[in-house]
Design a protein around this ligand. Sequence first.
Ligand code: ATR
Length: 290
Amino acid sequence: DLYNFRHIGVDTKVHGVIGNPISHSKSPHLYNAAFKSMGFDGVYLPFLVDNVSDFLSTYSSLDFVGYSYTIPHKVDGLRCCDEVDPIAKAIGAISCMIRRPSNGKLIGYNMDYLGAIAAIEERLQDSNGRSMSGSPLYGKLFVVIGAGGAGKALAFGGKQKGARIVVANRTYSKAQELANRVGGKAITLSELENFHPEQGMILANATSVGMEPYIHESLVPKEALKHYSLVFDAIYTPKLTRLLLEAREVGAAIVYGTEMFINQAFVQFERFTRLPAPKQLMRDVLARNT
Ligand code: ATR
């Protein structure tokens, strides 16, 4: 039911996702089902693209609304923008590009971190059992493992919510660089084992450790997880990583990587369409297609 449209016409709003490979992407399923359910005259297409700049110039006359960007084009996509949102610039990658209808300018944003941070905030709010006016991340010690694209996104996102940031990374110099940029502290991976300046910290894994070929590994010994109230893993295949399993076993709240994906899809949908995302429907479609 991916492209089950009654009609595509001149007014149909064109969206898409640019990546390579692209056939695995769940986004077209989510968006097209959402458009259809809302009676919205839009289409969302998967684009298999080798070279972003060639693609954009070939289709320069297409008055598309926006494109999502996925692996490996998040950095190239940024280079093709006319303007880049400050956070995306700091992260060094975009997750979507929106075309300003008045002048055709391409504006790049990174919304990946918004999805992850929203998922963490939601879970913290649930486990506190009350709603708070500020962010539940405010003032918390937020340990981010990884200093690549995902690590940067989480560190900047956490900082924006008022968390105190600690960055741990295999390559220590990268941890230092990122920690400096968010006014935080850098530690080595081996320091994670005995790092517990306080209880109730928040942990996020943004490295590849936990997915193939490191599927049975975790960078934080189980004992050390006792000091965290919530653990998030950006990995979503497998859904339950060793880190999340052990965190759950020691009683921490856990947030799956799939939550980051679905939340960024909601945020991006709302930016593209300026309409509220049909969240339950999109969750159902994702569940049916995974
Ligand atoms: P992404 O865009 O998903 O963040 P990335 O930019 O390639 O991907 O970053 C991968 C992250 O995983 C990095 O922080 C990397 O550490 P280095 O900076 O030292 O390369 C981390 N990483 C990858 N494999 C790892 C491993 N086996 N052990 C520890 N960290 C690892």
